[in-house]
Design a protein around this ligand. Structure first.
Ligand SMILES: Cc1ncc(COP(=O)(O)O)c(C=O)c1O
Length: 449
């Protein structure tokens, strides 16, 4: 049940079928190129697309726009310290800004960086620093025991160190929840094991914490040690093992823009290197590319994100969508993760081979049939990696209601009918950017028989 009511509304409109087909063609069969005014239910991302609370809007009015030493920064610093346990922060305009600040200071040419699974911008930043991003998910993560399917395979990290030498692994990253692996959670036990490995290899343990509150919710549900703990306690506990966090506030900061790097007081050398980069690329260290009002809103949002009533509604909504799709025989990854329902497009459209991008074909059909926008996270987004052909339906926070979810489920039904009639074709790339890691953002495609 929603623990809030609507106070501001934004109209949405479903263009007719012909218009949708024309929009798809004009967008080069790439959902990132669609205009939001032409999208009815927008599940492209949960990043920065949520609805802020009245307390956040009130905080925005009080935002201190001073270039240096703003009160809003003090509020954010206090919130990060209370909620996440990090006492030193460097604000950034969003998560990838924080990644640029931290990884540029931590990682060098020729290094290797293991991660439970790199998100696309993380992969790109590690590669941009001249290092090799190495995915270390647990074997068969999505087919075996899914209690904590997002976990890092610490054994693989240790094997990597044996192969390349521990001195070439400056950082181990754990992404909570594991966005690229169906938003599945990571256990505290796994974070403890990652800590041990980081100590043994003399590496910095970084947690990509953008969905830390959602992860804490699953820990309370599934890790017996924490059954009676509060979300706030678990949130701090799981992050206590990290030396640093990178945070996109656009997720569990409950804001439309913003992010930060969190560091421990002890590591002055790393802090100084990161601080220099923050000033160079983001802005002075008390605003980091955000307006003071955005900083103020994030300070409030971080505290709201660990409230149980909010998370019950949030995770419950994702589960309901997953159940509605499964009831219609759509192959969804279950149990669902925190922020999104992931559909196995390879299984849903078995006639379309990987090189014809079944995930992207499904994304296009969801728009064509119901004006629903989703995102492909398979062989288009992650070229040359052996990933399942997933399509993600990410739910913006506190935004859509049950009738919107019903519309999405019905749209899947309409796509299934077209599939059964043999009307859905695969796609080929017409044009793509130089940086392969970023191709799903801007590639253009066309249908092929
Ligand atoms: C796990 C993860 N890390 C980093 C980022 C990058 O954050 P941003 O979009 O704020 O740059 C994202 C964004 O979706 C993410 O999911």
């Amino acid at each position: 049940m929603r623990a809030y009511k609507s106070k501001v509304v934004a109209p949405i409109r479903l263009p007719d079928r012909e218009e949708r087909a024309a929009n798809l063609e004009r967008a080069g069969y790439n959902a990132f190129e669609l205009d939001s005014a032409d999208v009815f239910v927008d599940l492209l991302t949960d990043s920065g697309t949520g609805t802020m609370s009245q307390d956040q809007w009130a905080a925005m009015m009080r935002g201190d726009e001073a270039y240096a030493g703003s009160e809003s920064f003090d509020e954010l610093e206090a919130a990060v310290s209370d909620v996440m346990g990090f006492d030193r922060i460097l604000p950034a305009h969003q998560g990838r800004g924080a990644e640029n600040v931290l990884y540029g200071a931590l990682v060098s040419e020729g290094d290797y960086v293991p991660n439970n699974t790199h998100f696309d911008t993380t992969r790109a930043h590690i590669a941009n620093a001249g290092a090799e991003p190495v995915d270390c998910p647990v074997e068969g993560a999505l087919s075996g025991d899914r209690t904590f399917a997002g976990n890092l395979d610490v054994g693989k990290v240790r094997d990597l160190a044996d192969d390349v030498g521990a001195d070439r692994i400056p950082a181990i990253v754990v992404t909570i929840t594991n966005n690229s692996l169906a938003g599945q959670p990571v256990s505290v036990e796994n974070l403890r094991a990652a800590r041990d490995a980081a100590d043994d290899l003399d590496a910095t343990l970084v947690v990509d914490a953008c969905r830390f509150a959602e992860n804490a919710y699953f820990v309370r549900e599934r890790e017996p040690e924490f059954a009676d703990a509060s979300i706030a306690e678990i949130a701090r506990e799981q992050l206590s093992y990290a030396d640093a966090v990178v945070m996109s506030g656009k997720k569990d900061g409950l804001v439309n823009v913003g992010g930060f790097v969190g560091l421990r007081p002890g590591d002055d050398d790393l802090f100084e290197r990161a601080r220099e980069r923050a000033i160079l690329y983001e802005g002075f260290t008390t605003y980091g590319g955000m307006a003071g009002r955005d900083v103020a809103a994030m300070a409030v949002g971080l505290r709201e994100a660990v409230e149980s009533s909010y998370l019950d509604d949030r995770i419950g909504q994702v589960r309901r969508l997953g159940d509605m799709l499964a009831d219609r025989d759509v192959p969804v990854v279950r149990p669902t993760g925190g922020h999104a329902v992931y559909v196995d497009a390879g299984a849903f459209l078995p006639e379309i081979p990987a090189e014809r991008f079944p995930g992207q074909a499904l994304v296009c059909e969801l728009y064509r049939e119901g004006g629903v926008r989703a995102v492909e996270l398979g062989s288009l987004a992650f070229p040359d990696t052996d990933r399942p052909e997933l399509v993600r339906l990410a739910l913006p926070r506190r935004t859509y209601g049950a009738d919107h979810l019903e519309h999405v489920a019905e749209t899947f039904g309409a796509v299934a009918e077209r599939r059964d009639a043999g009307e859905i074709s695969g796609l080929e790339i017409v044009d793509e950017p130089e940086m392969a890691e970023l191709r799903h953002f801007s590639a253009s495609l066309r249908p092929v028989a």
